[in-house]
Ligand binder design. Structure first.
Ligand code: GH3
Ligand code: MG
Ligand code: MG
Length: 688
């Protein structure tokens, strides 16, 4: 839920830097540049949180906070001191004025935004949220500090390029090199908080572009100015690096660029802390990030913060229902109806196979498990997750820049791969098929525009969202970006959350388009055509590996009466409710579709017919107990009937199987509705 945030600071540049951080997270931002208008804003807008930058033109930051508290305002306050000395002073009075967070300028926007966001976390999730922030901060600062160490080398390389070009100013490629070096430092340094260095580089880059058209005299003047800017960049760079190092304080050991990104994030829920640690260790060896949870509450709050790819839940022999309930609760969280689940612990499950099927176990694991079985389980679970966490490929020849972008996107739950060599993009995309590509323009050997043109010739990548990231901001470059088939365009340095917003918007749109063609809007389930296609694949697989599968046709009972008695809209709500129930129950890799009208169809791989029968019956019991509201507010209940048929016993083709389940559905209706029939033949199926 969006909050209202007041940003009070006299410096417009500072406000510009941080306002987008909050807006892109859905908050409403009010700005003020002096104490008096700040106070007015507090009275009128009643913000949930205030960011106060000190000093203000009419009063010091801390005096302003004092006034606000004395009038009795209770909202959260974040204090941004102008330097370290003031920060020290403020830290001693934090408690007195109930200031929830303090920082000093200069700050790294992404880290600051995440810290402020953390203040909104409720008590339950606060601890997990803090841990996540700490991880992010550590990694981000590690990246920044590493860059601070190599910045002098990069500036030296630029100086050498400048010297070479000066010696032979008519050679275009030498100037091009100057431009390229400056361009890279501008993009990456600027994004990592080296603002002044970024500005100097921008000047040098721009100068190098126009230099060719100048006469000797003008060129000499420009070289002099470039030299001056280079020296300033070295001095400013040293200072900015020092500031950064102070912030980092020994955090660089955990540099993310040395680590390969985890291929999946899986939550393991078990009371046994020792077991969790073993799994975590196994996960590390296999590049899987393990989120540990010991209780149900813990698991639910962590799931809300760390986007998960799957969950492994331990089933306790004495109280198996707790684990199954957790599974159902997890799948009821927003965005998690297709979270793949596995249950751990052997013998408890023999008895609880039906509950397991109902709650959606794609896999059962025995304890203790070996690294091999964990790895296989991870592969299996991640492969069946449909529409899971978005995968983004970042292609940029500057390793630092790629890592910065990757870190920011990963922090939002995306799975990100970076690629420094554009020449191997096709291979990379085969191995890591992305949902989106972020593409640098200036790269050695080939431009991003060329890469984009080439990708658009490959049918598979014709609809892939592609966003260019580049320091070239001219109209010509922008036009070229769209002409070659790019979807969007983002200028470097990417310091604010514009990056996040644009990436999210594009991803959402692409997902929506995909779903619109396959899914029914009322129930959220597959439409008949898409269902049939996927069912054919299941049939082929079962024929190949000689396994069984079942399909089940469901039909809401007396639905005509529901419409007549409670209204058509209420009828729609019943269909939506049943669609939601079906999508949250059973395995993620099972299929659910709307067959037409008030008829639904399900398909289950492998599992025994009796177990499916009982699991669907459990879902019927749940549905029967779900209250619906008629258009005039009256409460009512519904039920459904179903017919189940299994390959190969009840039919060898999809047609035969659908026919068999339809016959049984008809019998279920005839025998009193509100039941699922699995056996027996009837002479003829009449329509119902
Ligand atoms: P039975 O228990 O034998 O299945 O009886 P029934 O009334 O459910 O079956 P019947 O097939 O006679 O009626 C189905 C009704 O479902 C008729 C149709 O108007 C209604 N229906 C079909 N699609 C929708 C829909 O999308 N929304 C609503 N509200 N009603 C729908
Ligand atoms: Mg019906
Ligand atoms: Mg019907």
């Amino acid at each position: 839920m969006g909050k209202t945030i007041l940003v009070l600071d006299k410096d417009q540049q500072f406000r510009k830097l941080i306002v987008p951080l909050f807006e892109s997270r859905g908050h409403k931002v009010v700005q003020a540049d002096n104490g008096r208008s700040g106070k007015d804003a507090v009275d009128h807008e009643k913000p949930d949180l205030i960011v106060v930058g000190s000093p203000l033109p009419d009063v010091s930051g801390i005096q302003w906070v004092e006034q606000i508290r004395n009038i009795g305002h209770q909202m959260e306050i974040v204090f941004v001191a102008c330097d370290k000395t003031e920060l020290q002073e403020v830290r001693s009075v934090l408690k007195d004025w109930n200031i929830c967070m303090s920082a000093s300028k200069p700050l790294i926007p992404f880290v600051f935004g995440a810290q402020v966001e953390c203040q909104f976390a409720n008590d339950k999730s606060a601890e997990a949220q803090k841990q996540k922030l700490k991880d992010f901060e550590t990694m981000f600062l590690a990246l920044v500090s590493k860059y601070a160490r190599v910045l002098p080398e990069k500036l030296t390389a630029l100086a050498q390029a400048i010297d070479k070009s000066k010696a032979d100013p008519t050679r275009k490629e030498l100037l091009e090199e100057v431009r390229g070096e400056a361009h890279k430092i501008k993009g990456t340094g600027g994004s990592l908080g080296f603002r002044k260095v970024g500005e100097h580089m921008d000047f040098i880059e721009t100068s190098a572009v126009i230099m060719l058209e100048k006469n000797d005299n003008e060129r000499d003047m420009m070289w002099a100015e470039i030299d001056r800017r280079l020296v300033e960049a070295q001095i400013d760079g040293e200072q900015e690096a020092k500031d950064v190092m102070e912030m980092v304080q020994g955090k660089e050991d955990d540099s993310p660029s040395e680590h390969q990104p985890a291929m999946a994030r899986i939550m393991v829920v078990d009371e046994d802390v020792g077991f969790l640690e073993i799994v975590e260790q196994l996960g590390k060896e296999r590049l899987v990030e393990i989120v540990k949870a010991t209780t149900q509450d813990d698991a639910l709050s962590k799931a809300a913060i760390y986007p998960l790819d799957a969950a492994l839940i331990n089933i306790i022999t004495e109280t198996p229902e707790t684990g199954f309930q957790l599974a159902r609760d997890l799948r009821a969280l927003p965005g998690y109806d297709n979270l793949p689940l596995a249950f751990i612990s052997g013998n408890a499950l023999v008895k609880n196979r039906v509950e397991g099927a109902h709650a959606g176990a794609s896999l059962y694991l025995d304890k203790p498990f070996e690294s091999d079985s964990l790895e296989k389980a991870v592969h299996h679970l991640v492969a069946i997750r449909q529409g899971g966490r978005p995968r983004v490929l970042v292609c940029d020849d500057d390793e630092f820049f790629g890592n910065t972008v990757a870190l920011v996107l990963r922090n939002e739950g995306m799975i990100v791969r970076t690629l420094n060599d554009p020449n191997s993009i096709i291979e990379t995309m085969q191995e890591f098929p992305p949902d989106m590509l972020l593409l640098d323009v200036m790269m050695p050997g080939v431009t991003g525009f060329e890469v984009c043109r080439m990708l658009r010739l490959i049918p598979r990548w014709q609809d892939l969202p592609i966003i260019f990231l580049t320091g070239q901001t001219g109209v010509e470059a922008r036009v070229e970006a769209f002409r070659c088939g790019g979807d969007d365009y983002l200028p470097k340095p990417v310091v604010n959350e514009e990056l996040l917003t644009r990436v999210k918007v594009r991803l959402d749109r692409a997902k929506m388009l995909r779903e619109r063609s396959d899914k029914d809007t009322i129930t959220g389930l597959l439409l008949r055509r898409a269902f049939s296609e996927q069912l054919s694949a299941i049939l082929a697989e079962s024929q190949r590996i000689k396994s069984n599968f079942s399909i089940c046709l469901l039909d809401v009972d007396h639905f005509k009466k529901v419409n007549d008695a409670h209204g058509h809209l209420a009828g729609d709500r019943v269909l939506a409710g049943l669609g939601q129930l079906l999508s949250r129950r059973f395995r993620v890799d099972d299929l659910r579709g709307r067959w037409g009208g008030e008829e639904f169809i399900l398909a289950f791989r492998r599992e025994k017919k009796e177990i499916i029968h009982k699991a669907v019956t459990r879902a019927l019991e749940e549905f029967r107990e779900t209250p619906f509201k008629s258009d005039d507010g009256q409460e009512f209940f519904c039920s459904f009937s179903g017919g189940l048929a299994t390959f190969p016993d009840d039919g060898e083709s999809i047609f035969e199987l659908v026919q068999a389940s339809d016959k049984r559905l008809y019998r279920a209706k005839k025998e009193g509705r509100n039941r699922i029939i699995v056996e027996g033949e009837v002479e003829a199926a009449a329509s119902h």
